[in-house]
Design a protein around this ligand. Structure first.
Ligand code: BES
Ligand code: ZN
Length: 612
């Protein structure tokens, strides 16, 4: 529905942003970004009396509308969604459909949740500071005043002054020297309409290398060669495969920025510039699927956007579906099935977790976020894997061939727009009727219980029955470890020729045992397969989970140290929760010691996880 979003405080039904410009200066000394946002807006009806914007921990200096200064603006008291900025202003009748320009001078503050300012010590080079943003889901409002909702999309331009190179979620158009400040100014343009959560910015000692005909890899100079190697083999092939699955790549360039270790996510699909964790650079290309995922967002999410965070599965479920489609094209159906199986395990874990916390409502495909709920609290594998499970169920029902055609039609129909679950459903139903015929259409109606898929809590009712060919070996070896006595012998050959994902699934299985392995076995497990020296965080984190569940205390300090080297929440949060169950004092002490290392979003979440 246009005009409402439970996660925004802006009066969305009264007016819309049609274009914006950011003029920013990065101040590394004060650790603030200052500047001006220029919003081009259009009222939607004749009776608009104020402009309300989302802000969070911002200092607002001055506001003008057209040529007039506005002095009587007010900021509401904060709640979880930030503080609404009220600008009283009558947008007169004759202004409907004419553009009004709102200019706001502001600075970020030390409480800003979108930005992390890293001191030189936290970078690879140790010479320069580093700044990066993470706006999804509702942190853009702490970077600049805006209609912080995915339901409104607009193109943007930006000029950023900084003493270090700058990248953004846009095309860099030019670079020049600013005589007034002595800083370099970087100009950007994003010609396609994007929602606020896709605004992104990073500045630091960045170097770059080509990894494909339309792709450049950006990172600190020290990481450049290894990062280039990790992604140069697959990136262009991913793009081509996605293009033949959906439609031509719309954004011209596809670059990747590898961030310092405190980046809180695996990847973030900022347009033109995927932001990614350095944990992907494992030296064996075993985490490139994350790039396939972020690239797939160039269609699902960035072209076709969820209208609000309640319909987040349309971003993530579709993206996982496309990611696995790319995997299938490149490595076969067996590989897709295997990835789906690992994903399903993550869904089971999320459902267990929410059950334990008494938050079953977040296991719905469409959660209810009204009442100022924080979308970060609802975040889990549910929108990803229940969303994927629904699309896979639809594929099974109408057949792969028709699903392929539908995929193309859906993205063609809703590109550059926003969508909710109900529109998705009705588009699917009418498309299948027209293109698949009466019989398929009735089969679909019979096989998809929409209310159940959209609103039921817990796991999907239908067991997806993913193929277990590649998984059997993992399950068998896990069983052997489970049943063996402490003196049983194992060898490195057990896992010879295994895919990294198989090791992951094997460890997942061991971590899920109702009776944890003995400490002796846990120690032997690592020694047998060299797990403690793994460069793959997916493997290492799961080994630590097994060891913590077994309460093997010898590992506690090593885990605590490792928590100071990664800031990716997928690893950090579960590890803190497990460490807390094993040794609460150490968990809390470790967090207190490391909290400045983490991104503000991660810091907040771990605080909640530890009950602080
Ligand atoms: N868009 C998400 C990251 C995100 C989600 C940030 C919600 C903030 C709020 C990104 O595309 C993502 O899903 N990343 C995953 C990797 C993926 C392969 C599942 C991650 O970070 O682990
Ligand atoms: Zn995603």
């Amino acid at each position: 529905m246009i005009g409402t979003d439970p996660s925004s405080l802006s009066n969305l039904s009264d007016w819309r942003t049609t274009k914006f410009h950011l003029d920013l200066t990065v101040d590394f000394d004060k650790k603030i970004v200052t500047g001006t946002v220029l919003l081009a807006i259009k009222p939607t009806h004749v009776n608009v009396t104020e402009i309300v914007l989302d802000t969070s921990y911002l200092d607002i200096h001055s506001i003008s509308i057209g040529d007039e200064d506005v002095d009587d603006f007010t900021l509401d008291e904060r709640n979880t969604l930030g503080s609404a900025l009220h600008i009283p202003h009558v947008l007169r009748t004759r202004m409907v459909n004419t553009t009004v320009h709102v200019s706001i001078k502001f600075s970020t503050t030390s409480n800003c949740t979108a930005l992390q300012w890293l001191p030189p010590a936290q970078t690879s080079g140790k010479q320069h500071p580093y700044l990066f943003s993470q706006c999804q889901a509702i942190h853009a409002r702490s970077l600049f005043p805006c209609q912080d909702t995915p339901s409104i999309k607009a193109p943007y331009t930006a000029r950023v002054r900084s003493r270090l190179p700058v990248v953004m979620s846009a095309l860099r158009t030019s670079t020049s020297y600013d005589r007034d400040t002595g800083l370099t100014q970087y100009n950007f343009e994003q010609p396609l309409p994007i929602p606020s959560y896709l605004v992104a910015l990073a500045s630091g000692d960045l170097a770059s290398a080509r990894i494909g005909p339309r792709s450049t890899l950006w990172t600190e100079p020290q990481e450049l060669l290894a990062s280039k190697w990790e992604f140069e083999h697959d990136t262009e092939e991913f793009i081509r495969t996605a293009e033949s699955t959906v439609s031509n790549y719309a954004w011209q360039t596809y670059d990747i920025l590898i961030l310092p270790p405190s980046f809180p996510y695996g990847g973030m699909e900022n347009p033109n510039m995927t932001f990614a964790t350095p944990t992907l650079v494992s030296g064996d290309r075993s985490n490139v699927d994350v790039v396939a995922h972020e690239l797939a967002h160039s269609w699902s999410g960035n072209l076709v956007t969820n209208v609000s965070w309640e319909h987040f599965w349309l971003n993530e479920g579709w993206t996982v579906y496309l990611e696995r489609k790319i995997l299938r094209e490149m490595h076969g159906e067996e590989a897709r099935q295997f990835s789906a199986l690992i994903g399903y395990q993550a869904l089971v874990d999320s459902v267990d977790e929410f059950t334990e916390q008494g938050h079953l409502e977040y296991t719905r495909l469409i959660p209810d976020l009204t009442g100022c709920k924080d979308p970060d609290d609802a975040f889990s594998s549910v929108p990803y894997e229940k969303g994927f499970a629904l699309l896979y169920h639809i594929e099974k029902s109408i057949g792969m061939e028709l699903m392929d055609e539908f995929t193309k039609a859906y993205f063609a129909e809703y590109r550059l727009k926003t969508i909710d679950s109900f529109t998705f459903r009705s588009f699917l139903e009418s498309w299948v009727k027209t293109n698949g015929g009466e019989e398929v259409s009735q089969k679909l109606a019979k096989e998809v219980d929409w209310d159940d898929w959209f609103y039921a809590e817990g796991l999907p009712k239908v067991d997806p029955n993913f193929d277990t060919t590649l998984a059997e070996k993992c399950y068998a070896l896990a069983k052997k470890w489970e049943e063996a006595d402490d003196s049983a012998s194992f060898s490195k050959d057990d896992i010879k020729n295994w895919l990294p994902g198989q090791l992951v699934l094997f460890l997942d299985k061991l971590g899920a045992l109702s009776t944890p392995l003995s400490a002796t076995k846990v120690e032997k497990l690592a020694a047998t397969y060299d797990l403690r020296s793994s460069h793959n965080a997916e493997v290492l984190s799961r080994y630590y989970a097994v060891a913590l569940k077994s309460k093997w205390s010898d590992i506690y300090m090593e885990v605590a140290d490792w928590l100071g080297t990664v800031g990716r929440m997928k690893f950090v949060r579960p590890t803190y929760r497990l460490l807390r169950e094993s040794n609460k004092e150490l968990a809390v002490k470790t967090f207190e010691r490391l909290k400045d290392f983490y991104h503000p979003i991660c810091r907040e979440m771990v605080k909640k996880d530890l009950g602080l």
